[in-house]
Every structure is written in C-alpha cells, then in structure tokens.
Design a protein around this ligand. Structure first.
Ligand code: AMP
Ligand code: MG
Length: 410
C-alpha cells in the first residue's frame, strides 16, 4: 500500500509556512506500515492541484491533501477533488449543522462564506473537525482514496489520529509495521560515537541503525520493519541492548526523553542551586520545564556582570581581576558559593565567552568553564565550543546538565 502527501498552499511554496503536516502524516503512516513515496507541495491553483492529485493517484493508492478547505475563494481543494473523482459538489446538511454549531458556541452568526465548506463531493465520507470549521473528507475513486484534511496542524492532527488512521487500518491490508527508537547521547562528537558503534551502522536487512548529529547531541536511531508491533519492539530491543553495551553512560534517554528530565529523575531528594553567567538562565529554564522540579531546584542566580559575581555570589574581586571571569577559578568559586550561600546539596556554575565578541588573545569565543560542587569536592570542566552565540549557550547548558547527570550516576 503506497501513499503520497500533497501540501496545498501558496504560503508553503513561498517559505512562509513549513510543511509540518507532511512530516507528521509520514511518521504516522510509517507506524501503520504504509509506505510514503512522494511529498508534493502545490500552491492555491486549481490546474496544478488537479495535475498533482491525478499524478498521485496514477502511481499510489492513497493521496492525502492538507490545506485549502477554508471558506475563502483561494480554498479550492473541494472543487478540484470533485473534478478529479468526477462526483459533483453537493450540500451535506450534517456538515452545515456542525459548522453552524461551531459559530453558535462562540456566540457568532455564521458568515455566509462558510456555507461553501458544507458542499462536498457526493458520496464522500465526512470526518468531523471538533476544533475548526473545515471537515476532513475521504473520497473513493477507482479503488483509490483521496483524503482531504484541513491545513492548521491542530485541526488536522486529531482528525488524522481519530478518523483517518482507524479508517486506513480497517480498509487496508497491513503489510508491515515500521518502528523506530532513538537513543540520545551528549558529550561526544558524531565521529566518536560513530567509531564506538560502527559495526551496527553497516547492518542491512529488517533492522537498521543510523546516526544523527545535532548541536550538543548525537542520536542513534534504530529502525525496523516487522509483521507486528510486538515483533518490531523485539527487533529493536535486541539491537538497543548491544548498542548500550558499547555506549554505557553516554545514553541519557530515548525518544521523547530529555536531558533535563534525566537529571530531574536522578536528583531524587537532592537539592541544587545554579549560578549562571554565559548561559543566561538557560540551564534553569530547561530544568524548570520538568514538572515537579521544585523539590530539587532551590534557586538560580544569573550573575552576568562582574559586579553581581562579587555582590551576590561573593567572588573575590582579586580572583576576578587575576584570572578573569571566564576562568577555572571563578567557575569553581561560583559553584561552591551557590551551594553554600543558597544552602543546597549541589552547586552548578557556568562562565565563559558566548561570542561573537569578547574574545581575548588567550581566551577564544566558545571557551566555557562548568563548575560543580558538593560537600566532598569541586570539579571544573573546560570546554571549547563552536557555533553561533545561541548554539554555544545551548552546548554549555547541555554540558552542564550532563556534568550533573554523570555526577549523580556515580
Ligand atoms: P488552509 O486550510 O490552506 O487555509 O491553511 C490554513 C493554515 O494552516 C495556513 O495558514 C497554515 O498556517 C496552516 N497550514 C496549511 N498547510 C500546512 C502544512 N502543510 N503544514 C503546516 N501548516 C499548514
Ligand atoms: Mg490555504
């Protein structure tokens, strides 16, 4: 069973809207074992849309369109599908009632334009939209399907999940399940991770392994094709175990898990306080994305200026003058004082040069020191990050969180 996805909207062609619908639908179809061979994008133009749907149906079993179902004159999808399927538009009262209810709930009279949305190709299956006015549709033509969905992702996604997927699963012979699992690492470069797991990257057959680098993170993605979800999970887990043996503590989580989430889990009942300079609050922001972190995160100080490092964190002016703010000594003092002044089990600090200005002869852009202090010791790690200012800040936050994670793992 082959499907393709047609994104409709001139705004996508102009680059104003990113076609996230195609990505979402492709992921879902892969999970359902349906192959996607083409993504097409077409503007709000009747002839070109007609050609796109025709072409799609000539080579695939299902054409899924998103967009162009609105009430305005540039919303052309319904008319073009009617032409392609050779079934004329007809008023569907059920849809009209639903659209009227949508406006009633908001205390607005339905604008006359919206009546257009209730004229759909005869014989189409109607998919209710509980968020907006544009319904989704399934139209059968010559044993193939055209599935039309609204453009806004928050309207499209529930219709796809609740209506389209069950429909496809009931009507379509399921060949296989395609399943992926991502192991996330930080701390090593892509080539270093590559060397550790090179043998797995050459796998061919039902289960394959890929490596994907992002700033401050390298992902390993295991993908398999199997007859059932249980078998797919079994295939993946078998390879995952072997890869984990090679990577050990490097893996901080899988799939939707985050580094800050991993840290939060490991903190258990320990408390931390953070003194951030070059990361400007990013570590604290990321940690506070985790629900329940209030039992661990006592306080954060963004001590950006030298003055605040002296006044709030009690760093000695001599230390600052002698070593400079971006130094091992200042990072150590910041971590220790954050812990002591804020009375926490652990203190974390960052200080460095995020660039693009601020470099000196001995201290390049990207130089960052990360400090960690507990009652037994203080450690400082030195990093030389590359990238733009925001990437350096992110890499530093990633390194600080991972320093904390590795400390807690011991
Ligand atoms: P439309 O139904 O064509 O009027 O689209 C309404 C809105 O949905 C657009 O203005 C976009 O913000 C959004 N949208 C349309 N198509 C897509 C797409 N393929 N991916 C993400 N968003 C989209
Ligand atoms: Mg549009």
């Amino acid at each position: 069973m082959k499907a393709e996805i047609i994104g409709i909207g001139t705004e996508i062609l102009l680059g104003h809207t990113l076609n996230t619908n195609a990505a979402y639908i492709s992921r879902k179809l892969a999970g359902a074992g349906i192959d996607v061979y083409y993504h097409t994008t077409v503007g709000d133009n009747k002839n070109r849309l007609y050609e796109s749907i025709k072409t799609a149906l000539a080579r695939s079993d299902i054409a899924i369109t998103t967009g162009g179902l609105g009430p305005t004159i540039d919303d052309i999808t319904l008319g073009v599908i009617a032409k392609t399927a050779k079934s004329p538009l007809a008023l569907k009262k059920k849809i009209l009632r639903q659209i009227k209810r949508h406006f009633q709930k908001r205390g607005i009279k339905m604008p006359a334009n919206n009546i257009r949305q209730a004229y759909v190709p005869k014989g189409a299956i109607w998919l209710a939209n509980h968020i907006g006015t544009a319904p989704g549709l399934i139209v059968k033509t010559n044993k193939k399907f055209i599935i039309a969905l609204p453009g806004p992702p928050r309207e499209m996604q529930p219709i796809f999940e609740n209506e389209v997927l069950p429909f496809l699963e009931n009507h379509i012979f399921r060949k296989a399940v395609i399943l992926s699992r991502t192991l996330k690492t930080t701390g090593l470069a892509e080539s270093q991770v590559h060397d550790k797991i090179a043998g797995f990257l050459r796998l061919s057959g039902k289960t394959t392994v890929g490596i994907y680098a992002h700033p401050g993170q390298v992902d390993i993605k295991i993908t398999t094709k199997a007859a059932s979800l249980t078998q797919a999970n079994r295939n993946i887990t078998k390879i995952e175990k072997k890869i984990r043996l090679k990577l050990g503590k490097l893996v901080f989580g899988t799939d939707a898990q985050t580094l800050e989430g991993a840290v939060a889990r490991l903190l258990k009942t320990k408390t931390i306080s953070i003194a951030e300079s070059c990361t400007g609050g990013l570590i604290s922001s990321r940690l506070t994305d985790v629900s329940g972190i209030s039992k661990n995160l006592f306080a954060s100080v963004i001590a950006y200026s030298n003055k605040s490092k002296v006044k709030i964190l009690r760093i000695s002016p001599e230390t600052l003058r002698h070593y400079g703010a971006a130094s091992k000594e200042v990072a150590a003092n910041m971590a220790v004082n954050a812990r002591l002044l804020l009375k926490s089990d652990i203190g974390i600090s960052t200080t460095g040069i995020a660039g693009p200005s601020g470099a000196t002869g001995k201290k390049p852009v990207g130089l960052v020191y990360i400090g960690l202090s507990d009652k037994n010791k203080v450690i400082v790690k030195k990093f030389n990050f590359t990238g733009t200012r925001d990437i350096i800040k992110f890499r530093a936050s990633q390194a600080a969180l991972d320093t904390l994670r590795l400390h807690l793992l011991k």
